[in-house]
Each structure stands twice: as C-alpha cells, then as structure tokens.
Design a protein around this ligand. Sequence first.
Ligand SMILES: [Cu+2]
Length: 462
Amino acid sequence: MVSRRSFLGASVALASAATWSKTSAMGLPEAPIMESAETQPPLLPVAGPDYRPVVTLNGWSLPFRMNNGVKEFHLVAEPVEREMGEGMTAYLWGYNGQAPGPTIECVEGDRVRIFVSNKLREHTTVHWHGIILPCGMDGVAGLTQPGIPSGKTFVYEFDAVKSGTFMYHPHGDEMVQMAMGMMGMFIIHPKDPTFMPVDRDYVFMLSSYDIDPGAYMPKVMEMTDFNLWAINARVFPDVAPMVAATNDRVRVRVGNLTMTNHPIHMHGYDFEVTCTDGGWVRPEARWPEVTIDIPVGAMRAYEFDAVHPGDWALHCHKAHHTMNAMGHDIPTPMGANKAKVSAMIRKVQPDYMPMGETGMAEMAEMAMPLPENTIPMMGGWGQFGSLEMGGMFSVMKVRDGLAADDYADPGDYEFPNGTVAYEWTGALAAAPSAPAGSADGSAFRKSDVRQIKMSGSDHSGH
Ligand SMILES: [Cu+2]
C-alpha cells in the first residue's frame, strides 16, 4: 500500500497551503471560490495528524488556514450558478461559488473556527448536522442564535470531539434555502490514521430540484414531485464516475437532504454500512447489503474491497430517480396504436412523432429538439449503446494497476474475451470450460465465497 505521505508532494493542496500561510492571522481568512463543477483532487493534509482526504464527487474540499492552532474556514452563503449537466445551469443558493457547498474536512481533536458570511438577501444560519458541539454553536435561528443578517459574518467555533461523517445546512428559512441547494458535507477524520483506513474515500450529497425545462430557478414550494434527482447537484450522464484500483479498500459516504429516501444500489459487490451520521458502526453490528436506503436527513457510508474489476453501475433504485426532467401525468403509451391520431395531428403539426408504442427506450435515441436550458430525460452512452439513464446514476470503475492518486476516468472497461453476454445464434460461442483451478466449473473465485457457519445447521444431534 502506498503511504499517503509519499504522494503528498503531488497535490494542489501545497499550492493553496502556501497561499494560506501568507495570509495574516488577523482578520477574516480568504474565502476560496470554486468555478468548476468537476470533481477536484483530494485536499491532502498539510498540518497535524495524517489522514486520507475524501474526494467529493463533482465537488471540492474547502482549504483552511491555521491560526494559533485553530483550523479556520470561511464559508460564504451566496447565490450561485451551478451547471447540473451539459446544457443546463441552475440558479441556486450555495456556498463559495457552488451548490452543494465545499466539503469541510478536519481531524478529531482539532479546534475549528468557521466564519460564515451571508451574501443572500435574507438571513441564514449554518447547522452542523450530527456534530457534537456546544448548544450555542448548533445554528438554529431563533433557538440558539439570531439569524446571520444579510451582509454580516458570524463565527462558529468548536472542538471536533468525535470523528465521522456529518453535513451542514441552513436552519433559518430552512425549507426555501435547502430547496435552493444550500448544503454540504463535513468530515471529521479519526486522529488515529490506522482506524478504519481506506484507499479511496468518496463522498457525495443527494439533492433534488424542481426546475421546469427552460427555467433556471427551482420551484421552492414543491414538496414531492421533483424533476431533477441529483448526485451533488449533477445529473447523469454528467455525474463523474468513481474510480478504484483492484484490491483497494473503498468507502462511499452518501448524505441525503432531499424530501424522500433513496435506496442506493451498487452492482458487482456486497458491502457493509460502516458509518452513519451517528458515528462508526461496530464490526459486530454490520450486515451485508447490495442496496442501502439513505433516509432523509441522514448519511450512510459503506465499504468494500474492490476485488472485481469492471464498470459497475451505482444508482438510486427508485427508477424515476434515474430520469431527468420529465412529465409524470401522461397515460401509459405502450400498446396504443397512434396511427389514426398521428395522421390527424400531422395536419396541424407536420413533424409530430408518435412515441412510446413499444416502450420508452426509443426516446433515448431520438434527437428531439429541447427547450433552452434543460437536459434529455435520459441519456448516457456506453460502449454498447444507450444507457437510458439520467439523474442519480454513476459508475464505480475498478481497474488493475491504477496509481494510488489516480482519480481520472479510465474510460470504458475492456472486458476479457468471452465474458460478455451475447446473442444465441444456435451454438455456444466457445465450448464451455471450467476456469482454471475449479473442479466444478464454478465461475467464482475462492475469495468470493465466505465461510458462513449457520447456527443450528449442525443436525447431528437429531
Ligand atoms: Cu432516489
């Protein structure tokens, strides 16, 4: 395993660290702004205990400065323009140029000070969801503090006493401000770097918006019928893939601040939930899953050993959440014969195309004219054609021989010969043969089969 320190020099973090050390310890820290919606490289530790920084999918981590032993961050609440996908920009509210806001990372035992400047036209606060802290730092407008007025800066300061995965979001005009996209992740790394170590640590936040095609701002009064289901405010096919080297230990942390739960399903692996926003899950309390439901207002982290190379789909299992903007109030079109009615419609609209008579897959391949500022309902092309997916969908790409700090999209998986499902044309493509070392023809490797002793399976006493 490559030590984290060994690739420390390769990071952009050093550049920002130099910038920060020049900043005066007096006055507000600079507030870095991110202009891109691309996944940014991990922000490697530059002070204090070693840790494995997270990679925020289509996001970034907020640089900090040290001031007399205190880690200082500067969040700016402000209107932002977020590219949710190619051809579609949303006017949201967020932090430091993006929505969701940057991930904040610190280490258990750190003293953190977070300056929050409010550039919105109404008051806001920041609530540090799940973090153990003094009540007056909890960020509930009216209850624990006055709202931060427009144009003002408030200071939050607390000791990071417990490691884990947390979130931040406003707790003043919460319904509107969260519907507008104000949210972010907050990671407190364990101070002991040998506790629950992983090789890749991904984090993203689930969010949903109701933005009519052609419009730019979400309808903040919508309660259930959203049309954009997003991973870190990006929709497939413009959600970045996650990348792992074969045999990496991988953690995926998923926060949910939408109005409904999302059963996140990953193909190719079983995994265990190892952390919630309540803390780390003890090994004896874990159980295997392939789909993990992320409740509203909650975080779940799961881990697995990336022993199966491939391009593995990862998505919300609510099928309507892997679609982009679409109408739901239409009758089922399958089986309808639209020939007669099409002829009538063409008299007034010559280019009318009847759709959906056989199903809706055809819609992914039709290049239909779209209104300005929207995204096709589904899209994404793989090496075998259309995926017919949108929304909350990404791909876990596991490859042999990736460098430890390589997070770039490795492209399409090269399937080994004879391992892809194929059309039956009357004979098998090759004579079936048992894999090497397997007497029974099982395609599974030994490492896949867990020895499970079931209690009560010993019937010898009967
Ligand atoms: Cu969902």
